[in-house]
Design a protein around this ligand. Structure first.
Ligand code: APR
Length: 239
């Protein structure tokens, strides 16, 4: 691992970091998209066509996430430790809509694909914490309008959040670490190239197996996140 001393770090995570906590990934053989068509439940068109079906899909995932058996794992804890102990900025941007990074001790988590435990009002755009079922007549806590609530999740064809902040951080980081993502979905899949184009970033993939973009990284370490992430953080922190 080439590291010229403390430098700003950008970390990108995907569903693979939450797999060992018991949450399904999307494109593994047993993944979410093997069981349901993303066009039906993860697009604005799907929501317009059958909102009850989309609510049922996210209600099932929300109930799963709030089950006490689902807890952060050693990879989430290692990232929180790095954020706490690294002397330079550490930006954590995640494609995940779960709250395991926060529960694992991370702060300032940028959820570029939104958050499963929040809902957004189609009338006032107010975003509210939402841990129970959301349905067709749920009322907005901000404006009181009933019937216009949706999951605060970014669907295919919609614009991810925080892109300006992430792109600026990629320009100035000296280390880009991609964890638990298949590199299939843009713009996240393009972050490694953006970090490299800026000229100074060392880029590392920590994933169970080579991702679609593995050849774009200077360094790849393959294995379960709960093994490769703590080991990498230990090395970075020098102990
Ligand atoms: N440890 C590390 N990596 C793992 C583990 C594990 N225990 N288990 C699986 N992985 C890896 C897989 O090998 C795969 O490369 O995690 C990756 C998960 O890839 P995807 O299922 O495609 O999930 P992700 O990359 O996060 O998907 C990106 O696509 O469907 C959209 O919005 C959704 O945010 C999601 C986006």
């Amino acid at each position: 691992m080439r590291q010229d001393g403390p430098t700003p770090i950008v970390i990108l995570t995907g569903a693979g970091i939450s797999k060992e906590s018991g949450l399904d990934t999307f494109r593994d053989a047993d993944g979410i998209w093997a069981k349901v068509d993303l066009e039906d439940v993860a697009t604005p068109q799907g929501f317009r066509r059958d909102p009850a079906r989309v609510h049922a899909f996210y209600n099932h995932r929300r109930a799963g996430l709030t089950d006490p058996v689902i807890v952060p794992n050693a990879a989430h804890a290692a990232i929180a430790r790095l954020q706490a102990e690294w002397p330079e900025e550490v930006m954590l941007v995640t494609q995940n809509i779960d709250d395991l990074h926060e529960r694992g001790g991370s702060r300032d988590v940028l959820h570029m694909h939104g958050e499963l435990l929040k809902a957004r009002c189609g009338q006032c755009a107010g975003v509210s914490v939402w841990r129970d079922d959301l349905d067709l007549d749920s009322a907005c806590p901000h404006c009181g309008t009933a019937g216009g609530m949706r999951p605060h999740v970014v669907w295919f064809g919609e614009t991810p959040f925080y892109m300006a902040e992430v792109e600026a951080a990629l320009q100035r980081c000296g280390l880009f670490i991609s964890i638990g993502t298949s590199g299939n979905v843009y713009p996240a899949a393009g972050f490694v190239a953006q970090a490299r184009m800026a000229g100074r970033a060392h880029t590392v993939e920590l994933n169970l197996e080579p991702s679609e973009g593995a050849s774009l990284f200077h360094e790849c370490r393959h294995g379960p996140a709960t093994e490769v992430v703590p080991a990498f953080v230990e090395e970075l922190l020098g102990r």
